[in-house]
Design a protein around this ligand. Structure first.
Ligand code: EPU
Length: 339
């Protein structure tokens, strides 16, 4: 195992901020991943598995432990039937390349999650979602190294505690499992309307009436490139905040002052409010706060334009959260993981 010391995390995180990892290593097999975790444990150090670094931010203190860069490859079709396919993918594979492959195979189920930066192993951690699809809908199981029992385990969908942008891997079991592979169940039937509003609009504008996974993928790539800044050009982590989930009675209260507040029904008792709208209403869209730009095309995204350190990002984040809280009495939550 080749372990490097004192590595600046900002070189590995798309936000381009944060201190150093005390140790860092790359792994490309499940056994190497387990060995790296054991190594950290034997020195009483925590480990943190990093994928593409596109949904993680580091504080200026960095990480006093072992950062493991997961490079485990693999794309195996386990089952291929008339209705669909079950595919096992190595955690280190690039997510979007994986989506592209499945779309080329004529499979649907993850095409609306095209162009999300990051790796396959990171996808279940935050239960990625976009344009009407969520990983949990096609997720069958994953293989992981369990650092608590020193064994490889298979966790089924129900074991992972998926909810909106959440799972046990960033919640109650954070730091326990290192994901080796992810198994998905995809379909041969084409995607069915109604599609997410922006996708419907794109289809209408482009006169597209044939709904295929490839057409949805093209639409999503076009929409994302218009609305979301490319992290390789403008450092960011996609949505910096989660959309807000509030109770129906809170919505009724808010509607008295903001009759046009957008919302999505959840389960009859709660609604999801687009946090981008909340940030826009408090006048911060397009503003520069402590070197962080609130994206002018989607206020949910923060771009590191000239922040000197994590503390600048934290100051900008806290200011945004405070303004939203003061105006709407809603406490919004940070979306990227923090090491
Ligand atoms: N809106 C505004 N102002 C803004 C941004 C959004 O008013 O500045 C309102 C509009 O009403 C719009 C609604 O918010 O109709 C929803 O906006 P959009 O469709 O752009 O999606 P989002 O809520 O901003 C979420 C995900 C994205 C995902 C898109 C599309 C989260 C935290 N974000 O964003 O995911 O791509 O939906 O499905 O759920 C990510 O997680 O990093 C991410 C980019």
């Amino acid at each position: 195992m080749n372990v490097h010391t004192n590595i600046p995390l900002k070189n590995y995180l798309t936000m381009k901020l944060g201190g150093s990892a005390r140790f860092m290593t790359d792994v490309s097999t499940a056994d190497e991943l387990a060995a790296a975790c054991r190594n950290a444990k034997s020195q009483n150090l925590p480990f943190f598995v990093l994928g593409g670094g596109s949904n993680v931010i580091a504080t200026d203190n960095g990480f006093n432990g072992l950062v493991i860069r997961n490079r485990i490859p693999g794309f195996d079709v386990l089952e291929d039937t008339a209705s669909g396919a079950i595919i096992k993918i190595g955690a280190g594979e690039d997510w979007d390349e994986t989506v592209a492959k499945t779309v080329q195979m004529g499979l649907s189920g993850i095409e609306a999650m095209s162009a999300i930066p990051g790796t396959v192993g990171a996808a279940p951690v935050q239960n990625i979602g976009a344009y009407g699809q969520e990983l949990a809908e096609t997720f069958v199981s994953l293989e992981a190294y369990d650092s608590e029992t020193d064994q490889f385990v298979i966790l089924e969908n129900a074991d992972c505690g998926f909810s909106y942008r959440h799972s046990i891997f960033r919640g109650e079991q954070s730091g326990r499992y290192a994901i080796c592979s992810v198994t998905l169940k995809l379909f041969k039937s084409p995607p069915q309307p109604p599609f997410y509003e922006a996708v419907e609009r794109y289809f209408n504008e482009h006169g597209i009436t044939l709904f295929t996974a490839a057409n949805v993928r093209d639409a999503v790539i076009a929409i994302r490139s218009e609305k979301l800044p490319d992290p390789s050009e403008r450092p960011n982590t996609g949505s910096f905040f989660k959309n807000a989930i509030i109770d129906d009675w809170q919505l009724t209260e808010l509607q008295k002052n903001w009759p046009d507040i957008p919302y999505y029904e959840l389960d009859g008792k709660q609604v999801k409010i687009p946090t981008g709208w909340l940030i826009e209403q408090v006048g911060l869209k397009g503003q520069l706060l402590h070197g962080m730009r609130v994206h002018d095309k989607n206020a949910l995204v923060l771009i590191n334009e000239s922040a000197a350190s994590y503390s600048d990002l934290a100051a900008a984040r806290d200011e945004i959260m405070a303004k939203v809280r003061d105006t709407f009495r809603i406490t919004i939550e940070q979306e990227p993981l923090q090491v």
